[in-house]
Design a protein around this ligand. Structure first.
Ligand SMILES: *Cc1c(COP(=O)(O)O)cnc(C)c1O
Length: 460
């Protein structure tokens, strides 16, 4: 299987090359040359465990990796989840199900992709002997998930910039209390925008980037999307047979990575009715699916911060399919959007998507209502999926984070204390962080001093 760029100006690459590069050289995103048809496999896959299903699914995509090595990466990744089913499907009502995606090490769904990506990086490093220094900026969840995907990995160091004092105390603990020597949380003076700007400048220095083998961690790596397809399959197998083909998956959405994975599984032959794009008050995608107009807004901080986005970085992959894989058209759309912050799709077809948006008041009200009706605690991101549900159809709401990650909102909405032993344990550990100015020179100097080098790897 080869991978092509949505913008059509990069040569086709292997799975490993697409994983290593992240972004395609022409600025586009990688996608498989052709989507495999999974329908002939469904029967055989039905009884597989979560890890077995992931390995079987990935074999269709990672055709340049040895099947045994792939399986080891997968087993190592999902062995660290704290539920034997990895992604348990719970039934709340006659037609209402919730898919719990918060049993990984950082208690949010990003662990599904980043645990696996961490193991794939390590494997790649062992094969090529090239050390990897990973650099990213985070406002919370992605950084924590990336850190936990890479902690303790040989030949990989990770540097994560975050705005000091502006991530939640629990998120900071998740990043800074790992006790791992290869993790460097860099607490930036300033806002998340300052951190991102410093990140961008550091990456734009191509010499520096080359010399240090610098790699990005972000939400656009193709392997992340493939990893996220699996839990849609897994959930589908666990639905009553008579509901499978009419189910709508309801997906709390920010960068469109999670819901895109489900939609791609449908395009590969998983027979489901469709997907609901559930946004918070940052509703660019809701407005798009209602009108066909893709228009940038201002980011308004919300109770569901991991969905506070202005531009959905994975949306370009949807556009590529929506214009029948016409890369020239994708380039035109992305150029116009970049220049004007606006694009109108003519003859717009929402395909199998529906959408909703939920503001902070409704988030709190929904958390309270779901707790009263079902005795079940949901986090503020998941709450966006529970508002406005169509009760006449079978819905699977994806629970993207554990409620204990947002204790204040849960307490205000329900009077209940949301707890998790994983988070409680963090509170007793030492914080290790590196305060630094949001400045390219300072960051580069720090990375130079702490980068993993070939020499060290031979010695270690
Ligand atoms: C990242 C995140 C989301 C949004 O996922 P996208 O793939 O960006 O749409 C939703 N909920 C939580 C808890 C997240 O961490």
């Amino acid at each position: 299987m080869k991978y092509l760029s949505t913008r059509g100006r990069s040569t086709a690459v292997s799975f490993s090359e697409a994983v290593e590069a992240g972004l395609a050289p022409d600025g586009g995103l990688f996608l498989p040359e052709e989507l495999p048809d999974i329908s002939p496999h469904l029967k055989a896959w039905e009884s597989l465990s979560y890890a077995e299903l992931t390995a079987a699914f990935f074999q269709l995509f990672a055709t340049d990796l040895d099947a045994g090595i792939l399986k080891d990466c997968v087993l190592a990744s999902y062995g660290r989840f704290d539920h034997p089913e990895v992604a348990p499907l719970k039934r709340l009502g006659e037609r209402l199900f919730v898919l719990e995606l918060f049993h990984g090490p950082t208690l949010a769904f990003k662990d599904f992709a980043l645990q696996l990506l961490g193991n794939l990086y390590e494997e790649q490093m062992a094969r090529t002997g090239k050390p990897i220094n990973v650099l990213g900026a985070t406002s919370g969840d992605t950084g924590a998930a990336a850190i936990h995907g890479l902690r303790g990995k040989r030949g990989v160091n990770i540097f994560i910039l975050y705005p000091d004092g502006r991530v939640s105390p629990l998120q900071e603990r998740q990043m800074t209390c790992t006790g791992s020597q290869n993790i460097f949380p860099l607490a930036i003076e300033g806002s998340f925008d300052d951190a991102q700007k410093a990140l961008k400048e550091t990456f734009e220095d191509l010499d520096f980037r080359e010399n240090l083998g610098l790699s990005a961690v972000n939400s656009i790596n193709m392997a992340r999307i493939i990893a996220q397809c699996v839990y849609y399959l897994y959930a589908w197998f666990r639905l009553p047979e008579e509901s499978r083909e009419t189910v709508e998956f309801v997906v709390p959405t920010g960068n469109f990575g999670n819901v895109l994975a489900g939609w791609m599984a449908q395009k590969m032959g998983l027979p489901v009715a469709g997907f609901r794009v559930a946004t918070n008050q940052n509703d660019i995608l809701h407005r798009f699916f209602q009108s066909g107009v893709y228009e940038m807004g201002e980011v308004k901080p919300s109770h569901a911060p991991s969905m506070d986005i202005q531009v959905a970085s994975n949306f370009e992959r949807f556009i590529y399919y929506a214009v029948d894989r016409d890369s020239a058209q994708v380039r035109r759309i992305m150029r116009q959007f970049k220049e004007t912050g606006f694009y109108r799709f003519e003859n717009f077809d929402a395909d199998t998507f529906s959408s909703s948006c939920t503001d902070d008041n409704e988030i709190e009200a929904t958390i309270g209502r779901v707790h009263r009706e079902y005795g079940y605690l949901i986090d503020p991101h998941t709450a966006c999926g529970f508002s406005d549900l169509n009760r006449n159809r079978t819905s699977v709401v994806l629970a993207t984070a554990h409620p204990a990650k947002f204790p204040d909102t849960i307490l205000a909405a329900t009077g209940q204390e949301a707890r998790s032993p994983v988070l409680d344990a963090l509170k007793t550990r030492d914080i290790v962080k590196f305060p630094i100015a949001a400045d390219k020179a300072a960051i580069q100097a720090f990375i130079k001093d702490h980068a993993v080098t070939c020499h060290e790897m031979e010695a270690g």
